[in-house]
Design a binder for this molecule. Structure first.
Ligand code: FE
Length: 251
């Protein structure tokens, strides 16, 4: 699915590369700007071949600039070894996970190929743009980033905003939060760590101009759903907020 295209700058989502029902649906993203391209959250082993073929219809895959991982989960980076071998791209990972992610590869394979994102975030040069890696720690991973593209004004939000919707709805961005809330609420209550970080995140993203929030699972959010989602997250009770002694009983 084309999320944005002005001729020079293009954002694409690949949504249906995960086969079968056992594994969670996941989106993979390609941003290209002129001759430069980045792949965000390329996924696990099961998406590698199909994604490689799909991406090669748009860019020279070997010359990808970056393979970016928002966090360390298998549905985000389990395919890392294959991408290291199959391309010359730099691998961009949260600093917190830098020493863990090489476990997905063979010894020495990642030497000189890794860009480590510091906790405070960074700007990644990609053609004419600077892709912003925004801190989203504890949402859900302890070291976690989202990516804001200033040209398309898309926020690639990783697991935040994930909605495990019906397959046939995937390509239709939600314009109202009510269209997806039933598919996202349970996930966010359990996986996002606490309301404290939700409020910090809301304060941060309100300072940027966002046309679309695109999570790693499910539908994109656009129009009024963007504002409403930020408000929903700001007020969300989740994670440790909802834990009590009841949750810690010997089984
Ligand atoms: Fe995750």
């Amino acid at each position: 699915m084309e999320l944005f295209n002005n001729g020079e700058h293009v954002c694409l989502a690949f949504r249906k590369l995960v086969a079968g029902d056992e594994a969670v649906q996941a989106n993979q993203f390609l941003i290209f700007d002129g001759q430069h391209a980045a792949l965000i959250d390329p996924g696990g082993d099961m998406t590698y071949s199909e994604l490689y073929i799909a991406v090669s219809e748009y860019v020279d895959v070997k010359n990808l600039d970056y393979i970016i991982a928002s966090h360390q989960d298998p549905d985000v980076v389990a395919s890392l070894n294959k991408w290291l071998v199959g391309t010359r791209a730099k691998i961009v990972v949260p600093g917190l996970w830098e020493r863990f992610i090489p476990h997905f590869t063979r010894p020495g394979k990642s030497n000189g190929r890794v860009i480590s994102m510091p906790d405070e975030g960074m700007n990644l040069e990609l053609g004419s743009i600077r892709l912003k890696a925004l801190p989203a720690h504890f949402m859900h991973a302890e070291g976690n980033f989202q990516f804001y593209d200033p040209v398309s004004r898309i926020l690639f939000s990783g697991d935040l905003g994930a909605n495990l919707c019906l397959d046939e709805e995937l390509d239709r961005p939600a314009t109202r939060l009510s269209q997806v809330i039933e598919y996202m609420d349970g996930f966010h209550r359990r996986y996002i760590n606490s309301n404290k970080v939700c409020r910090y995140w809301a304060n941060m993203v309100r300072q940027i101009d966002i046309d679309m929030i695109v999570p790693q699972h499910g539908r994109a959010l656009t129009d009024r759903a963007v504002k409403d989602f930020i408000l929903y997250i700001e007020n969300l009770e989740c994670g440790v907020d909802l834990m009590s002694q009841e949750s810690y009983q010997i089984p």
